[in-house]
Design a protein around this ligand. Structure first.
Ligand SMILES: [Zn+2]
Length: 486
């Protein structure tokens, strides 16, 4: 068998698709050989980073008053059929559980949850009685299942994915909107501040809302191939839902009202796709310090004579780093020094500490900074402080770089030809549009069909349009953003 080459060298911007497939395989992020289309085995190097992402999200949600629940993975058919837009939107993608192993048909079909509004609301109708119960803020971390018919890609779109879903009930539409704003703030605190991923929240047009929602706000980022990737979205759910499920409360005056609800769905596995794609380079992954499965790796450099001494010193450094809660390992494999360097660069470990006889004598270790590709000498004593402070700087660096690249790709255009050209170049294009209500119309259809792109929506804080609709030339009523999506 030919030896696989040790170096990772793929052109991320030139052929992103190849880069993405190769990094998933080489860095052991997910294994596709389980062999059910649209399902993958998530491996430790992705799971560890996704666990961290879950930690950040759950900690933040709990601080903002959401209580955790664990619901059954199955939802009875009758719940599912309660709200007609929801059924229409989700029915084609549902996996139904219909019979037992003995071949007996179940009395009632059950859906593997594609999302859990219809599970949560059934219980909300039992638990919520009075205005004193509101706001009622919940969440669960869970897998959801959707029979995707579009092309699946590991982490980006699969038939099973990992997310958090929050479900919340309020006494007024105004308070529901405030929750949506809070969700957008949460997204910033986690995605931008902890994971260094830039995005814009758009209010989705009428035809692209979550099935059963009155308003949908969704965060979009850009992948290296110029395609828009939808990240967390938050929805103000139509009261049709609470009416169908009888989710009611008695207000201060003793009057019965239907609740307003919202939901928010950060998909952790898809966020992971953005982390690896946006920060990685031609040599492999670059994990932000916050979520790196390993934050530092120690490479001992020794010969038979000084092996014991070098390993002892390496262990001492590891202990100090671990005491400071820095995730650290020592590479004790038989690989050559070069192979070790390439391997950990490809795996995206933020800091590599090289330690040999010379370093021990000088009391300074060589530290390689993956994100900048440069080496520095640092005092061994107190090296944990250096790593922690450089870790913060590393995240600043990645954030600034990613934000700059993202902003450079948002451009304005005032004609169909210009929009088309910019979309082809992998940009998000800002332009005038004739409809303010964002109802589907001929212009929208023309844009989406002719350009093979989609209207992502308007910004949450509305911008003042100037000029005309690029299609019909009527006076523009709103400012929309257009991009290619997966
Ligand atoms: Zn128009």
């Amino acid at each position: 068998m030919a030896k696989e080459k040790v170096t990772f060298d793929f052109d991320k911007k030139g052929d992103f698709s190849e880069w993405y497939s190769e990094i998933i395989k080489r860095a052991e992020l997910g294994d596709l050989r389980y062999n059910i289309k649209g399902f993958i085995v998530f491996q430790p190097w992705s799971v560890l980073a996704m666990e961290k992402t879950y930690d950040f999200l759950e900690e933040t949600l709990q601080l903002k008053g959401h209580k955790p629940y664990w619901y059954p993975v199955v939802i009875p058919e009758k719940n599912f059929l309660m709200e007609k837009n929801h059924v229409k939107g989700f029915a084609p993608e549902v996996f139904w559980v219909t019979e037992t192993g003995a071949g007996e048909k179940l009395e009632e079909k059950m859906a593997l949850r594609p999302t859990s509004e219809t599970a949560f609301y059934q219980m909300f109708s039992i638990w919520i009685r009075s205005y004193k119960d509101l706001p009622f803020k919940t969440y669960q971390r869970a897998q959801v299942f959707r029979y995707e018919t579009k092309a699946t890609r590991p982490f980006i779109r699969s038939r099973e994915f990992y997310w958090i879903e929050t479900h919340n009930a309020f006494d007024s539409k105004e308070n529901a909107f405030k929750q949506a704003e809070e969700d957008m703030q949460t997204t910033k605190e986690i995605l931008l501040d902890k994971l260094c991923i830039p995005f814009i929240f758009f209010e989705r047009p009428e035809w692209d809302k979550f099935p059963g929602a009155e308003t949908t706000f969704a965060a979009d980022t850009l992948m290296p191939d110029g395609k828009v990737l939808q990240l967390p979205s938050t929805h103000i759910i139509s009261q049709n839902f609470t009416k169908a499920f009888e989710v009611k409360f008695v207000d201060e005056k003793g009057k019965e009202n239907y609740c307003w609800t919202t939901c928010y769905g950060p998909a952790v596995s898809r966020i992971f796709a953005a982390i690896i794609s946006i920060h990685g380079d031609n040599k492999g992954l670059i994990f932000p310090f916050s979520v790196a499965p390993l934050q530092a790796v120690i490479i001992p450099i020794y010969n038979e004579k000084n092996k014991e001494k070098v390993l002892k010193e390496s262990k001492k450094i590891q202990e100090e780093l671990r005491k400071a809660k820095i995730r650290t390992e020592i590479d004790l494999t038989d690989k050559t020094m070069g192979e070790k360097f390439y391997y950990w660069e490809m795996k995206g470990v933020p800091f590599r500490i090289e330690l040999g006889e010379k370093e021990i004598k000088e009391k300074k270790a060589t530290v390689f900074l993956r994100h900048e590709g440069k080496k520095t000498k640092e005092k061994i004593s107190g090296i944990e402080k250096f790593i922690l402070s450089e870790g913060t700087k590393q995240m600043d660096y990645l954030k600034k770089k990613a934000v700059k690249e993202f902003e450079e790709k948002i451009v304005e255009a005032d004609s169909i030809e210009k929009v088309k050209k910019a979309v082809e170049e992998g940009k998000i294009v800002k332009t005038g549009f004739c409809s303010v209500s964002m109802q589907g119309n001929d212009c929208a259809e023309k844009i989406e069909k002719e350009m093979n792109a989609s209207i992502r929506g308007t910004k949450f804080i509305k911008e003042k349009p100037a000029g005309n609709c690029i299609v019909c030339k009527k006076k523009a009523e709103s400012v929309v953003y257009i991009g290619k999506s997966y």
